[in-house]
Design a protein around this ligand. Structure first.
Ligand SMILES: [Fe+2]
Length: 256
């Protein structure tokens, strides 16, 4: 309790608009059934991901100490992640308004929900839960280039709050990288976007050729509309994570 409380107040002291959304994760309150659901979710995804996730994701999974049999303790995750890239997995109460979300990214704190889906929605939840947020997102934050990209993205968007048109376009950049990004590695398409990492159905469909895969192109991405609740008809593959870092800087020049 004491350690968690001081972590919470330290995080609150670094944030302004996001501070009211920060909470503590009471890890001891997760039930055996919830740990069992987590274990089932992870064991369902890992056979496919060990073949088709990018190597940075798989490395990150181990580097931040994720386990198959227990829900992650975010304090422990951050203790392993922070020395690598300065990122933390910071517990929040739920969906954040845009300005609070960008403020946290700019501070290298990933807003992380602590609730877990129930057994009747194993495949999909309309709002992110701890499985989507931690299993889907956080391993990538252990990679230095991706870590820099995400902070930079948050800073740029925080500066565009008065420009809804520019923010909408930046939202597409996030969607087609962080959420649904693909990368070419070893002559194959690999997944790194959290929406693909955490969803067996959507990932399987993409890997089976059920969606068009285009080479990443900043203009195309900024102009590509998407539906959050539907399977994606087109996705974009990068050659390296440097490419999305550079694209974010280029987007700032064009939209700023
Ligand atoms: Fe996400």
């Amino acid at each position: 309790m004491g350690i968690a409380t001081s972590t919470l107040s330290l995080a609150q002291s670094k944030l302004h608009v996001a501070a009211p959304y920060l909470i503590e994760q009471t890890w001891a309150d997760y039930t055996p059934e919830q740990h069992a659901i987590w274990a089932e979710l992870v064991s369902r995804r890992m056979p496919q991901l060990s073949q088709h996730a990018c190597r940075e994701y798989l490395d990150g999974f181990h580097q931040i100490g994720l386990r198959e049999d227990k829900l992650p303790n975010l304090t422990e995750v951050s203790a392993l992640l922070q020395p690598r890239t300065g990122w933390q997995s910071t517990p929040v109460s739920g969906f954040l308004p845009a300005d609070a979300f960008f403020e946290m990214l700019a501070a290298r704190m990933f807003p992380t929900t602590t609730w877990l889906r129930s057994r009747d929605s194993m495949e999909y939840t309309p709002e992110p839960d701890i499985f989507h947020d931690v299993f889907g997102h956080v391993p990538m934050h252990a990679h230095p280039v991706f870590a820099n990209f995400l902070e930079s993205y948050g800073k740029i968007c925080a500066g565009l709050m008065a420009r809804p048109d520019a923010l909408e376009r930046m939202g597409r950049l996030f969607w087609f990288t962080v959420e649904f990004g693909l990368i070419r590695q070893d002559g194959e398409i690999k997944v790194y976007g959290s929406g693909l990492i955490s969803s067996h159905g959507e990932c399987t469909r993409v890997l089976a050729g059920g969606c068009e895969v285009k080479d990443f192109d900043l203009d195309a991405v900024l102009n590509q509309e998407f539906q959050t609740s539907e399977m994606q008809p087109v996705l974009y593959a990068v050659e390296s994570f440097d490419q999305i870092y550079e694209a974010t800087k280029e987007a700032e020049k064009r939209l700023g």
